[in-house]
Design a protein around this ligand. Structure first.
Ligand code: SF4
Length: 462
């Protein structure tokens, strides 16, 4: 928990010598508590006092980095409970589960299905960032050795997916040790070890620390989970994640919410770690429930969500939801102004313009692509607002469009036909005056009508 000014004052040298630039030690300590000055400005604070102040000023929820090299993802590091208070900073990451109980064919099919989900939405790559390799030997009884071999084979297979972080889920320290050794021997640090519990935490900790990777912690209940995290912290490991219970939805939900509240509201740093939620286990074989739970835990504090599978139909609404939740509500989502060729457009292709609000661009661009008609989409600087909002705010006008076209479009294209959004048809006459030699058309009011509009124009011109 952050120290108050008076607590810092108790640690101060109380010399009142003014060397820090403050008239008294108390005023200096008050400024330190507000974050206005660094404790190093006083040469007389002891090392221990500085360490205590530094620890208290760390954020309540730690940022854990999963992965290696170009494939790294920040998890956690949140400072608020609700998006409207400031912003959520570390998007939820999704994983597909491969289990050693699966046949090799089933694992291949899941990986192939998962790899097909890979597209760009509003400038962000949407794909499954992680793969969980789950050890099923604990519930297998006989046939142990076979499953352990299969676990190793699955790791070798998944490790070939260079752009995915592996989550090695096992409570078996021997198996974990072999898996970690294998991955390190191939120079791979792109993984999380997930299997520390009250009985094995010391061995698992040694493996994770040696590999410099995050360690996932399990607990039979919230008290045991908390105590195990505290024991790992005592060993000096704060590169941790916690697993929400996979027994029922209510327990999983209350654990993610309680830990997040305890960290952010009460400053309890032992609860301040990112979470892993095994949505696949909570949903059982119910694909619809799994889709609903993926959405629920994206909103309520799941840092890594493990799914049974990922299809395009599931990903499309889910990744859209994530993009909305993990964007800054105070900053408009913008697209860089410029000319965007669509369907193989060239300098003679028709031009359409809209604003730089990302969602508007995304919708318009999608409809233009669907039309199959080559065209150039001209994005002007409209402050990141939608068409009507930017027009009402004076950010989108005949003058702003004309000056952008003269400076950035005329030198690059030969076509002199420009379609403006139907919602600002009122700008047409003014724009014709400001852009002599151009034919200005009014496009439909709704993006969905753009395809027909463009095809009709193409037919008339032919
Ligand atoms: S330099 Fe240190 S001891 Fe001197 S007044 Fe500032 S806080 Fe107090």
């Amino acid at each position: 928990m952050a120290l108050k000014g008076i607590d810092i004052f108790k640690l101060s040298p109380k010399k009142n010598c003014r060397e820090c630039g403050c008239p008294t030690c108390l005023s200096f300590c008050m400024k330190v508590a507000q974050g206005a000055v660094h404790p190093d400005r006083c040469p007389y604070f002891t090392k221990e006092a500085k360490a205590k102040i530094a620890e208290s000023s760390e954020p309540a929820m730690r940022t854990i980095t999963a992965g290696d090299g170009d494939t790294t993802y920040a998890l956690g590091g949140e400072t608020v409970l609700f998006r409207h208070e400031k912003a959520f900073v570390s998007p939820t990451r999704y994983a597909v589960c491969l289990s050693s109980a699966m046949s090799p064919e089933e694992a291949d099919r899941k990986l192939e299905e998962m790899r097909r989900v890979d597209y760009v939405r509003i400038g962000e790559r949407m794909f499954v960032e992680m793969v969980e390799i789950e050890d099923s030997t604990a519930c297998a009884g006989d046939g142990h050795t076979n499953l352990q071999e299969r676990y190793a084979e699955l790791i070798q297979k998944a490790a070939k997916l260079k752009d995915r972080v592996l989550i090695l889920t096992t409570h078996n320290t021997d198996l974990a040790s072999k898996a970690v050794d294998y991955l390190l021997s191939t120079g791979n640090r792109n993984f999380i070890l997930n299997g520390a519990d009250f009985n094995n935490y010391a061995e698992m900790n040694a493996l994770a620390v040696q590999a410099h990777i995050p360690l996932g912690v399990f607990g039979g209940n919230n008290d045991e989970l908390y105590d195990t995290i505290a024991l790992l912290e005592k060993l000096g490991n704060r590169n941790l994640l916690f697993n929400a219970p996979d027994t029922d939805v209510q327990s999983a939900f209350s654990t993610t919410v309680q830990f997040r509240r305890a960290a952010i509201k009460d400053g309890n740093r032992t609860c301040g770690y990112p979470s892993i939620v095994h949505v696949n286990k909570l949903a059982g074989a119910d694909a619809h429930l799994e889709a609903a739970l993926l959405s629920l835990f994206t909103v309520k504090y799941g840092s890594i969500l493990i799914a049974d599978r990922m299809t395009y139909a599931l990903a499309n609404p889910l990744y859209g939801l994530r993009q909305n939740i993990f964007s800054d509500p105070q900053k408009p989502m913008r697209v860089e102004p410029g000319i965007y060729p669509i369907n193989g457009a060239d300098e003679n292709s028709i031009l359409l313009t809209t604003t730089d609000f990302a969602l508007t661009c995304f919708l318009v661009e999608g409809e233009l692509e669907r039309s199959g008609v080559p065209c150039n989409l001209v994005i002007t600087d409209a402050g990141g607002y939608s068409v009507l909002t930017s027009w009402a705010a004076g950010k989108l006008s005949a003058s702003s469009i004309a000056s952008f076209v003269k400076e950035n479009v005329e030198p690059k294209v030969k076509c002199r036909t420009l379609c403006i959004p139907g919602k600002v048809a009122v700008l047409k006459k003014d724009l014709e005056k400001k852009l002599p030699g151009w034919k200005i058309f009014t496009a439909p009011r709704e993006a969905i009508q753009l395809g027909k509009f463009l095809k009709d124009m193409q037919r008339e011109n032919n």
